[in-house]
Design a protein around this ligand. Structure first.
Ligand code: G6P
Length: 572
């Protein structure tokens, strides 16, 4: 279906309406939209270096125009791949390089003419093995996606599966591999040497989290069988609505961004996303875009994906609710609750899509809104200065592993009960006392962030949801949850660079069934545990409140159930 109308957006801002209107008037006086499209970097920051960085990452503004003529080439590639007998696709990448296929795969489901697609964005050995066992290796196309071409995880995934394919196809292994990366990245050299089937060169001036509508999103989209031309045309309609071809009365991106920026300034900095089930992964994409762009210099907006939706009484004054759903879909329970929240005085944004192809336009709407909110907050949306801290700490630990064969010993846990080790400096010498003192630090406006360096499974997700629901009801805290290392390339920036309002509960485990990494003196499991330890170190270096619970190596959902049992007692 083609449609020229964009998905309608309603802003019900209650008492915040006047402040948002005042911001829009300031933008108008500044001629903001015209400056925005001309990449006028002083709209964001005053320093010359920051302005230079902003100008060099605004290629996403017109990447849709660059990609439309490339659709035929991408579709031809998909035909070639299908004719060559490929039956499955695995996209391997972190953060902005893998979020879009995660969203699209869920929203569109299985399409006639499309190939089933998996995404690998974790170093968890169980998850790597799960993918390896689920796909027909010889007939699987592996898409290694990394803008920089230097990110440790996708390079490790690529090496692992390349070695597996070599065992099967010898010198022809490269036929099963495709690269998406920036021109001139060191990965181009490797992919060329390994005779990859294809190398798609992306655009140096399009940053990872703004790359949904570039090759990073569109090659997987076409492999999934999605009509990527229509996806782009919808995005183009949104571009025009946002002023790409001249003045516009109501730019949806500008209005949304102004609202989110002003609300964050007024303490409403938890963007609580409410979506129907088949859009839940849109929250992962939004987290990366918004949290990594705005979470710096002690400010920012934290999108919460999957925070249980409750009655108004449990929420503090730190929320803005955003409902993204479909026009034809009742989604009654969610809509009823959102209406109650609005009636209770919470600001509410509603966006109603015609169908999943509107996601093309949504990517663009939210990119503009994020850049505009960043201008309100006076920060550079295109850098991620605090992501490096965790990577540096991890690299240091990996050097120890290379020299000594294992990770350094940590100090003794404060408590060990039922196979769970509790590591904290907050106090307490029993599990219950540790949890009591950790959660005792919570104050209004804080959020709990559960960081699971574990294998993602439906059973574990269910336990995580229960834990979040309990904390929300009992302490009236916003809750976030993420799997490591995925969130390190996403909300990890906000955790360290944003406001000091997070309580970080890190969950780790031993890996009974580990996997070796070819050409490296360590395993996937050691790599994942080093990433956890590196980020914990970085969080603590920033003075964040942390608690690490090391689970037994048996069943993670059962262990988490155990933790929740103790937590219920601790907070009784
Ligand atoms: O695409 P890559 O260069 O491999 O980067 C993948 C991810 O890595 C970093 O951690 C950045 O913070 C993310 O914004 C980025 O999307």
């Amino acid at each position: 279906m083609t449609t020229s109308a964009i998905a309608p957006q309603t802003l019900q801002l209650g008492p915040f309406q006047p402040a948002v209107e005042a911001q829009l008037a300031r933008f108008q006086a500044q001629n903001f939209t015209a400056g925005f499209w001309q990449k006028q970097a002083d709209l964001w920051v005053a320093d010359a270096e920051g302005q230079q960085s902003i100008r060099s990452f605004m290629g996403w503004l017109r990447v849709v125009d660059e990609m439309l003529p490339a659709v035929a080439e991408i579709e031809q590639f998909v035909q070639e791949v299908k004719q060559a007998g490929f039956r499955h696709v695995v996209v391997m990448g972190m953060g902005g390089s893998s979020m879009t296929p995660i969203v699209l795969r869920q929203a569109f489901g299985t399409l006639a003419g499309g190939l089933p697609l998996s995404v690998l964005d974790t170093t968890n050995p169980g998850s790597v093995r799960e993918i390896e066992e689920a796909v027909p290796l010889a007939e699987t196309l592996f898409v290694v996606a990394s803008k920089s071409g230097t990110t440790a995880e996708p390079l490790a995934f690529g090496d692992y599966f390349y070695a597996r394919l070599k065992e099967i196809k010898g010198d022809k292994a490269g036929e099963n591999f495709v690269a998406i990366t920036d021109p001139g990245s060191q990965f181009v050299t490797q992919a060329t040497e390994q005779q990859y089937r294809r190398i798609f060169l992306n655009f140096a001036d399009v940053g990872g989290r703004f790359s949904a509508l570039s090759y990073f999103g569109l090659v997987p989209a076409a492999l999934l069988g999605i009509d990527s031309k229509t996806l782009l045309e919808r995005a183009q309609t949104m571009m025009r609505a946002c002023g790409s071809e001249g003045p516009t009365d109501h730019s949806p991106g500008l209005e949304l961004g102004a609202a989110l920026g002003v609300l964050a300034q007024q303490g409403r900095d938890k963007l609580t996303l409410v979506v129907p089930d088949n859009l839940s992964d849109f929250g992962l994409w939004l987290e990366q875009l918004v949290a990594e762009s705005t979470g710096k210099q002690g400010t920012g907006i934290l999108p919460l994906a999957g925070d249980p939706l409750s009655e108004p009484a449990v929420y503090g004054s730190d929320r803005v609710f955003v409902y993204v759903g479909y026009q034809g879909q009742p989604d009654a329970e969610n809509r009823r609750k959102v209406a109650a929240l609005q009636a209770a005085g919470h600001p509410v944004v509603t966006i109603l899509l015609h169908d999943a192809l509107d996601l093309g336009a949504e990517f663009f709407r939210w990119e503009v809104a994020t850049a505009v909110a960043s201008a309100v907050l006076g920060i550079n949306p295109f850098d991620q200065p605090n992501v490096q801290a965790a990577k540096t700490a991890t690299n240091r630990l990996m050097e120890v592993v290379e020299q000594q064969g294992q990770l350094p010993q940590t100090s003794a846990p404060a408590a060990t009960e039922n196979g769970l080790d509790y590591y904290t400096s907050t106090g307490g010498n029993s599990a219950e006392a540790v949890l009591k003192s950790f959660f005792g630090q919570a104050k209004p406006g804080d959020y709990l962030c559960v960081q699971a360096y574990l294998m993602e499974t439906p059973a574990l997700n269910a336990e995580l949801n229960e834990l979040r629901a309990f904390v929300q009801q009992r302490l009236h805290l916003a809750t976030a949850a993420g799997y490591g290392p995925r969130f390190l390339h996403s909300t990890g920036q906000y955790h360290k660079g944003g406001p000091d309002t997070g309580l970080f509960l890190q969950l780790t485990t031993d890996h009974a069934q580990d996997l070796p990494l070819p050409g490296r003196p360590y395993t996937f499991g050691t790599f994942q545990n080093a990433q956890a330890a590196g980020d914990l170190q970085a969080l603590q270096d920033y003075g964040r409140r942390t608690l690490r619970v090391h689970l037994g190596s048996g069943s993670a959902p059962a262990d988490l159930g155990q933790l929740l049992l103790v937590l219920r007692k601790a907070l009784a």
